[in-house]
Write a protein that binds this ligand. Structure first.
Ligand code: THU
Length: 160
């Protein structure tokens, strides 16, 4: 028997003033997207911005539906928005911002499992890591260097 250990290195920014100017702009875009989220049921709004290798910034936000499971998370709306417009362009970074109409979201909101699974596949396909930054409405911003950091031992196409 061999016991293995997986370690996760991540970065904490105390607030957006610690980000570079370009990353600060990307976070602002995620906030802009979040403010346009369609979240009448959960009141939980999420926005995502993606920086592509060609310099384009692609946005997405959560879209809810009265038939609850028919809704979709911001991250997948954003990543599929990017994939539908620029199918062969690599994604460099993803920024996520979340807020709630019910309480102040002061902790970083990390992506759900289904979004991690979706994003990891794009990362593997493009053979280049995607940096991911996530935050709440206020508070710290967490940066991971790769989606695989959030989904170690992922199920992926090579297993099929
Ligand atoms: N949501 C996201 O947009 N991204 C996540 O990673 C987690 C959850 C949305 C889905 C739903 O509209 C609301 O947040 C509450 O779960």
């Amino acid at each position: 028997m061999i016991e293995k250990k997986i370690t996760l290195n991540y970065t904490i920014f105390q607030d957006s003033s610690e980000l570079s100017t370009s990353d600060h702009k990307l976070l602002s875009k995620a906030i802009e997207a979040r403010k346009k989220a369609n979240a009448p049921y959960s009141k939980f709004s999420v926005g995502a911005s993606l920086l592509l290798e060609n310099g384009k910034v692609i946005l997405g936000n959560n879209q809810e539906n009265a038939a609850y499971p028919s809704g979709m998370c911001a991250e997948r709306v954003a990543i599929w928005n990017a994939a539908s417009h620029y199918p062969n362009i690599k994604i460099e970074k993803i920024f996520i911002s979340a807020s709630s109409g019910l309480k102040k979201v002061e902790k970083p909101v990390s992506p759900c499992g289904a979004c991690r699974q979706t994003m990891v596949e794009y990362e593997i396909n493009q053979s280049k890591n995607i940096e991911i930054y996530f935050t709440g409405e206020t508070g710290i911003i967490i940066k991971c260097n790769s989606i695989t950091d959030l989904l170690p031992l992922a199920f992926e196409r090579s297993l099929l």
